[in-house]
Structures are given as structure tokens and as C-alpha cells.
Design a binder for this molecule. Structure first.
Ligand code: ADP
Ligand code: TRP
Length: 323
């Protein structure tokens, strides 16, 4: 049996890119009976950027609700908050002491933000060590992540194998699973959709703000009558990700035929989002109105995660003479 583990930061509400690029494929993997899935909300990592506790709790609940609403089975598998298994902080400290400074200084996640060092906190610098602890604390075999996380997985393996070489086999070395074909969902401005770019489509938002976000998708300014090129249009790019092949062919004809405006295409996209995620939206809202239910589901995952963490951590403590 393979143990699959992945985490999503609770730095914002989950968006269409998170759903199509991470949550739905991971739930697909969890349906394979030979896998055991541990999916968690990286709410400790999100403290590197989100300082407001209310906002973080809201994002954490929304992320949990999104996993559950999209069909993740919390009875068979584990869904948990990173912070509720604080053993991860202890392991992070041990791993910190086996992590060479230059390795962290070379992390893209840090380098990208390092022009102004005074804006950077040590949490952001040691972010990859906490991530390594997240993974090896649970003896994870496979970690599905986006391409941007590849380096973090390499660092995890490096840190774990340094430890294993010195103290004997202690940690399982995880394999990254990076699906090269996974789509990069564009945001409303055409760049990669990301919480940090303010260009997201929140598929769980109420209809009014969701429609407003869809209507804000950037297009060129060709008039209604003009034939349009679907392959350079952001609205079409998003539509294609959700539509059936017949719908895509029909939409292509609409674009190239003329007398079809971007407003029409946006309305069609909006309706497609509503219909594609109809049951998920209903379940999400029901959960968000009842945070106790979210909490109960998370608590059961947290108990099981904590048991695994205790057994791995006792292995580590023994090796280091802290037992
Ligand atoms: P964000 O960029 O919004 O902060 P995260 O870094 O929290 O998103 O990403 C969580 C997961 O969602 C990762 O596995 C990431 O690869 C995936 N993901 C994020 N944005 C997109 C996107 N635009 N298209 C496809 N997958 C995405
Ligand atoms: N760094 C990951 C991201 O931003 C989130 C994350 C934290 C994670 N810990 C993890 C992903 C462990 C996989 C495994 O997307």
C-alpha cells in the first residue's frame, strides 16, 4: 500500500486553479483502493504570510470544506490541520540541525522574495524544512505536487537521506509525483491563477461576486460583430477546461462566426462553472454554515495523523538520544 500525502496552504480561499490542478487530481488518486491518503491544510506555513488569526481560520475552514465538498472521503482517509499535529514542529527543529544553510539560501521560494531581506521572516527562510517534516513525519511514499514544489521535494529527500546516512534507516524517502500534463489554469488577467496575484475565480463564491469576477476576465476589444480567435482568448481557455467536446466545438464556432461578443462567452463560462460545481457549491455552503461539522471531520483525521506522528517521532528521538 502506498501512502500518498499532500498539503495546501491556507493562504486564501481555494480557487479554480487549486481545484483542477491539485484537489480533484488528488481525490482521484485517493479513490485507488491500494492507496492511503493523508491530505492536510498547511496552516502553519500560511503564518509566513497571513498574520490575522480570523482570516487564517476562515481560509482553513474554506480549504477543508473544499476538499470535503469535492468528494474527499474523510472516513477512509485523513484530512487534518498541520497545526493540530504539533509534533511536526519538534521534527522541524531536529531537521533544521541537519539542513545546510546554503541549501535554504538556494530555495527558489526564498530567492524569489529575497531582494528585500528586511521583509523576509525566518519562517519563510526555513519553510522547506517544515515542509520536509510534514512529509517524513508520516512515512509518506508519494507526494503529488505542482512543478513549483519540485525543489522542496528534492530538499526533503536530501535532508532525510543525510539523517539516514548518519543514524541508520529512519525516514522513508518520498517520491514527488509531478504530473507534467496538469493544466496551468489561467487567472482573470491571463497569468497563472494564484491567490497572490488577485486574479482568481472562487468557484464557491456567491453568484454575484463570481459573475463579477468572470466578467472581469481580460480580453481584447474587438467589437461584437467581429470574428474572434478562440485560441488567444482567456475566456475560451477557461471554458475549455470545463466544457464537453461538443460544447467546445460549438464555442469555437461562436467565436469564429462573428456576432458573438466576449460578454456572451463570459456568461456561458459563468453558467458552466455554476453547473459543473453545482453539488460542490451546495455542500461547501452547507459546511461553511456549520463549522462544527468541519471541525469534527478534521478532528478524526488529526487523531489518526497524531498516532502516526508519535510512532515516527519516537523512532527519531531514540536515534538522537532524546527518548
Ligand atoms: P496559489 O498560487 O493560489 O497560492 P498554492 O501555491 O497554494 O496556490 O497551490 C496549491 C496547489 O494548487 C498546488 O499543488 C499548485 O500546483 C496548485 N495550483 C495553484 N494554482 C494553480 C493553477 N493556476 N493551475 C493549476 N494548478 C494550480
Ligand atoms: N508548499 C506547498 C505549496 O505551497 C504546501 C505544502 C506544505 C506541502 N507542506 C507540504 C505540499 C507537504 C506537499 C507536501 O503548495
Amino acid at each position: 500500500m502506498a501512502r500518498i500525502l499532500t498539503g495546501i496552504q491556507s493562504s486564501g480561499r481555494p480557487h479554480l486553479g487549486n481545484l483542477l490542478g491539485a484537489i480533484l487530481p488528488a481525490i482521484g488518486l485517493s479513490k485507488d483502493e491500494s492507496n492511503e491518503s493523508l491530505f492536510f491544510i498547511a496552516d502553519l506555513h500560511s503564518l509566513t504570510s497571513i498574520k490575522d488569526p480570523g482570516v487564517r481560520v476562515e481560509n482553513t475552514n474554506a480549504t477543508a470544506a473544499a476538499w470535503i465538498a469535492c468528494g474527499f472521503d474523510t472516513e477512509k482517509h485523513l484530512l487534518y490541520r498541520q497545526s493540530k499535529v504539533p509534533q511536526v514542529c519538534e521534527l522541524t527543529w531536529y531537521l533544521n540541525c541537519f539542513t545546510p544553510f546554503p541549501m535554504l539560501a538556494n530555495a527558489t521560494s526564498f530567492k524569489d522574495k529575497s531582494e528585500k531581506l528586511s521583509d523576509i521572516n525566518a519562517g519563510l527562510f526555513t519553510y522547506p524544512v517544515l515542509m520536509a517534516a510534514d512529509i517524513i513525519l508520516y512515512d509518506a511514499d508519494i507526494v503529488p505536487v505542482g512543478k513549483d514544489q519540485k525543489q522542496h521535494l528534492e530538499m526533503t529527500r536530501d535532508i532525510a537521506s543525510t539523517f539516514n546516512r548518519q543514524y541508520g534507516d529512519t525516514f522513508v524517502l518520498p517520491e514527488a509525483q509531478i504530473d507534467e500534463n496538469v493544466m496551468t489554469v489561467p487567472g482573470t488577467d491571463g497569468q497563472k491563477m494564484s491567490k497572490s496575484y488577485g486574479n482568481i475565480l472562487d468557484v464557491f463564491a456567491d453568484e454575484k461576486p463570481l459573475r463579477k469576477a468572470v466578467m472581469s476576465i481580460v480580453t481584447d476589444s474587438l467589437p461584437l460583430e467581429a470574428p474572434k480567435d478562440p485560441d488567444t482568448c482567456n475566456v475560451f481557455a477557461l471554458y475549455k477546461l470545463l466544457a464537453s467536446s461538443e460544447q467546445i466545438a460549438q464555442m469555437r464556432d461562436n467565436y469564429t462566426g462573428g456576432n458573438y461578443g466576449y460578454g456572451h462567452a463570459k456568461q456561458a463560462l459563468f453558467e458552466l462553472i455554476l453547473s459543473t460545481f453545482k453539488s460542490e457549491r451546495a455542500m461547501f455552503n452547507q459546511l461553511m454554515a456549520n463549522p462544527q461539522e468541519i471541525n469534527d471531520r478534521l478532528r478524526s483525521g488529526e487523531q489518526k495523523a497524531s498516532d502516526i506522528a508519535d510512532s515516527v517521532l519516537s523512532r527519531v528521538r531514540k536515534r538522537l538520544g532524546y527518548n
